[in-house]
Design a protein around this ligand. Structure first.
Ligand code: PBG
Length: 344
């Protein structure tokens, strides 16, 4: 049996350490921790991504994203109203296009009455006060799942950009407030800005997915929009190499020169260093996307009882604030907003 450690008196212990600084003093009570807190997560930081699907009844769960469903236009409009009542500033829409409408060139993207454009009109009708963000890229519409036009094994940059600019004008006509190009083609921000201005949409904002990496964390999203099964090859000739940092700054600089109003880094948590460097370097509105795979990881571990999902959710979002993000696209948005509302 071990003899107990001879415990010194409190006074003996304190005098032998002779500490001037005791950082724990500020942490001793909840009121003090609140007083010295450097970052706060608020509802104004949240953007809620929503998936929309054709049809009039029912929603479809996304198996790899527990708690997330594809919603009909009516369903999405209802959630937009809920977002507005929770004071969430903006939602982001992603369509699941009927496979029969997908083709080699993504022509459904140029249908003024396609799913996403109809959804925007309906949301603007029922919840006019909420910001609506729409995605610019061809992947929901192409049979091969790529964000651009595919010729042989090559993604055609300039021809794709011409289509994206037209797609952006159609979304603006439908009522989209923020056009968010996620395709990573060169020169698309400038082309979209020019096309929007020509069409009289100089007030429509552009949130550029400026530093978007070729990531494994998009898997569940591709389930949600139905491109996982069809994607030919990968997106590494246009999305960025996860090994690079300087290249992100160059991408952001170009998009700002071309007229982006806001910048996004994506994925989020594995790229917080990029968020921080972008914010420090450019001092512009900077957003991060906590993508589907990040959401799925937290949900899966929580469902297994391996982590406290509620705490992990808040902690993960606070990390974006610490890194300097002005806002976060997150599938947790309504849950967080409910929680913050209950605490207020
Ligand atoms: C595609 C797009 C993707 C996401 C948003 N827009 C996936 C991809 O590039 O394949 C990912 C979002 C997420 O994973 O939550 N234009």
């Amino acid at each position: 049996k071990l003899s107990p450690f001879p415990r010194p008196s409190a006074q003996e212990a304190a005098s032998s350490l002779n500490l001037t600084h005791r950082p724990r003093r500020n942490r001793k009570a909840e009121w003090s921790r609140r007083l010295v807190r450097e970052n706060v997560l608020t509802t104004s930081d949240l953007i809620w991504p929503l998936f929309v699907v054709e049809g009039t009844s029912g929603s479809q769960p996304v198996a790899s994203m527990p708690g997330v469903e594809r919603l009909t236009i009516a369903g999405v409009a209802k959630e937009a109203e809920r977002a507005a009542s929770l004071n969430i500033p903006a939602i982001a829409l992603f369509p699941y296009t009927d496979p029969v409408l997908r083709d080699h060139t993504g022509s459904e993207s140029l249908n003024p009455r396609n799913l996403v454009n109809r959804a925007v009109r309906e949301i603007k009708r029922v919840a006019p006060g909420i910001g609506v963000i729409t995605d610019i890229a061809l992947d929901p519409y192409t049979s091969h799942g790529h964000d651009g036009l595919l010729e042989g094994e090559k993604i055609l940059n300039d021809e794709t950009v011409a289509l994206l600019a037209r797609q952006a004008v159609l979304q603006a006509e439908a009522g989209s407030d923020i056009i968010a190009p996620s395709d990573m083609m060169d020169g698309r921000v400038g082309a979209i800005r020019a096309a929007l201005d020509d069409a009289g949409f100089e007030d429509v904002q552009i949130m550029s997915y400026a530093a978007k990496y070729a990531s494994a964390f998009y898997g569940p999203f591709r389930d949600a929009i139905g491109t996982n099964a069809t994607l030919i090859g990968d997106k590494r000739t246009y999305q960025m190499d996860p090994a690079n940092t300087d290249e992100a700054l160059r991408e952001v600089a170009l998009d700002l020169e071309e007229g982006a109003d806001m910048i996004m880094v994506k994925p989020g948590m594995p790229y917080l260093d990029i968020v921080q460097r972008v914010k420090e370097t450019f001092a512009v509105p900077t957003f991060a996307y906590q993508v589907s795979g990040e959401y799925a990881m937290i949900q899966a571990a929580a469902q297994n009882g391996w982590i406290d999902g509620e705490r992990a959710m808040i902690e993960s979002l606070l990390a974006f604030k610490r890194a300097g993000a002005d806002g976060i696209l997150t599938y947790f948005a309504p849950r967080v907003a409910e929680k913050l509302k209950a605490q207020a």
